[in-house]
Design a protein around this ligand. Structure first.
Ligand code: FEO
Length: 575
């Protein structure tokens, strides 16, 4: 069950605060606390803010591991310069180059031009685009060491694709601390620096894994295997959220279990894209999110960093292939040619533009797939401007369509597998007929529902069971608001028919339907017998459905004497 944890409220006047503490001998954590950040990448709504953690290790030489988000410019640099004269920093270790960790690298290198930047080859390449002036660098590979003296020997563990191709982990042999940046992190902001109470952290830890690491399960397993060569790990110094000290093996074990389950999935979709180019990361993530809803696994592969052998192996493994158009270069051309040569008509494809300004054209490659008889499960997604919520929703729905197409035989088999007597008996459970409607930014969605029940009196609350692969699932996370429209007996057929239609990804569910906006922004159906304005409190995972518990604070009935439409079924193994 995914329960929503309580948290210590943020100080009302302090949206950005800083915390420093000694976490081991000669090792200082500088935690930038971003109490109110409510969104991280697409689809990743934050319930409890986040933190950006940076670390200073002082042996005979000094290393700073990662920096902070640019929004902490003054707070972070003031604190750092109180801790150390920047001219004394010998090494700046870059675990990963996304701006929440490297947002102050340029400023840091201005203060500490003597520092040698240490990172993976990919990270150093990304940094060249970020820093725009020469800097000393040291490229490290898995197993390389850097001796700071006084026992602080740093050993690097290569962790590509967790969740970017640039990631390295850093292990300090003296303090048995492993600095992991995004890996094993969670978006959870609290003054408490460690993982004392796991019940508070469970759901955020899993959500973070599902969003960032789940689409790279094989890479997670490979990194865990490399980590196994390290001596004991007493602290995992993450880049987000609390540092892990009290439940280290338990939390590493969860990554192993979740990744093994993903890697064993019968069906996988490979998403090839160019990391850190245009909007490719966010678009690929939205597509991955939609695919994962169908129980199909995802592997994200960076076309710029992958070698031809890896590309070939991923195409052979995948039932479906999605390509985000990379920038035009000989390297990416070769990778695309490898995909084209390896794919077979048994596989499905989907294409999207990255919006980077120099994308390979989507149409020549689409023509090649069509000529080869490869099934295209959604029309190419074209990016002409900065993507908004509707585009990301389109990607999510396109991913779900692809996943559903790949699992269509399994779905039919499951439907037929139930015992027929049980099936008929279960069918005698009946429910009302409702349309759930929701709007977030430019994106909106709707779904016919009948598994709806009142669930509490104080406060007034309801539950709705929503299949995991429904598009509206993305609109029903804790804190989201929606409308439950109640349909009227004798006056529901046309609405039911309309909302049961299969909509193309991104299609407007409300075209031709009379609606008006509720106070919470979601559409109220003009022909609804009644409606309730609801807010999601929590969700319970029930196998193939989410049971969504919501409170209700406003409701109206349009015809006091009319009755609710009731859904009578013959069998219970589908709706
Ligand atoms: Fe926390 Fe991928 O940056």
């Amino acid at each position: 069950m995914i329960a929503i944890a309580e948290r210590t409220p943020a100080p009302s006047s302090a949206k950005l605060t800083l915390q420093t503490l000694e976490i081991a001998p000669n090792t200082t954590a500088i935690r930038s606390l971003d109490w109110d950040r409510d969104r991280f990448d697409i689809e990743f709504e934050l319930r409890n803010g986040t933190t950006y953690n940076s670390f200073l290790i002082r042996g005979e030489k000094t290393a700073l591991i990662d920096t902070s988000h640019a929004k902490f410019h003054d707070l972070y640099l003031n604190q750092l310069t109180q801790l150390i004269n920047p001219a004394e920093i010998d090494y700046l270790v870059i675990s990963h180059t996304e701006p929440d960790h490297s947002g102050l690298v340029r400023e840091l290198l201005t203060l500490a031009p003597q520092a040698t930047v240490v990172g993976s080859k990919v990270a150093i390449q990304f940094l060249e685009d970020l820093v725009h002036h020469p800097f000393k660098r040291q490229i490290v590979k898995n197993g390389d060491c850097l001796d700071l003296g006084n026992g602080h020997e740093l050993e690097f563990v290569s962790a590509p694709n967790l969740h970017w191709p640039d990631t390295i982990l850093t292990y300090d042999h003296k303090t048995q601390s492993l600095f992991t940046c995004d890996v094993f992190g969670m978006h959870y902001c609290d003054d408490s620096p460690y993982d004392e109470d796991l019940t508070l952290l469970d759901s955020d830890y899993q959500l973070y894994y599902d969003c960032l690491m789940g689409p790279n399960a094989r890479s997670v397993l490979a990194a865990l295997k490399r980590m196994a060569d390290l001596p004991e790990i007493s602290t995992i110094a993450t880049g987000h959220g609390p540092l892990l000290r009290h439940h280290v093996s338990e939390l590493i074990g969860r990554y192993r279990d979740w990744s093994q389950a993903q890697a064993k999935a019968e069906t996988t979709v490979a998403i090839f894209y160019a990391a850190d180019y245009g909007y490719s990361d966010e678009l690929a993530q939205a597509l991955a999110s939609g695919i994962l809803k169908t129980g199909v696994a995802v592997e994200l592969i960076d076309l710029k960093a992958a070698d031809p052998q890896e590309v070939r192996e991923m195409v052979d493994l995948a039932a479906g292939v999605i390509i985000g158009m990379p920038p035009q270069s000989a390297n990416t051309q070769a990778a695309l040619s490898t995909i084209l040569a390896a794919i077979t008509p048994k596989q499905a494809i989907g294409l999207f533009e990255s919006g980077g300004g120099d994308d390979e054209s989507v149409y020549p490659i689409r023509n090649r797939f069509q000529e080869a008889g490869i099934k295209e499960t959604f029309a190419p997604i074209l990016i002409k401007e900065t993507p908004n919520a509707a585009i990301y929703q389109l990607c999510d729905e396109a991913g779900t369509d692809l996943g559903q197409w790949l699992t269509r035989d399994r779905a039919v088999k499951q439907m037929k597998a139930l015992d027929s007597d049980l099936d008929k008996a279960l069918g005698r459970l009946s429910g009302g007929l409702y349309i759930i409607t929701a709007k977030k930014g430019e994106a909106s969605s709707a779904m016919l529902a009948s598994w709806v029940s009142q669930a509490s009196v104080e406060p007034l609350g309801i539950t709705i069971a929503v299949a995991k692969d429904r598009a509206i699932e993305s609109f029903l996370h804790a804190g989201d608001q929606f409308i439950l429209n109640v349909l009227e007996e004798g006056n529901y057929q046309h609405l039911m028919k309309h909302f049961l239609k299969r909509f193309a990804p991104g299609a407007d569910r409300f075209a031709g339907i009379k609606v008006h906006p509720a106070a919470n922004g979601s559409p109220i159906l003009g022909e609804a017998l009644a409606y309730l304005e609801c807010e999601v409190v929590s969700r319970m995972e029930c196998s193939d459905h989410w049971l969504v518990y919501s409170t209700v604070d406003v409701g109206r009935v349009s015809k006091p004497d009319a009755l609710t439409a009731v859904h009578h079924r013959k069998v219970g193994n589908h709706y």
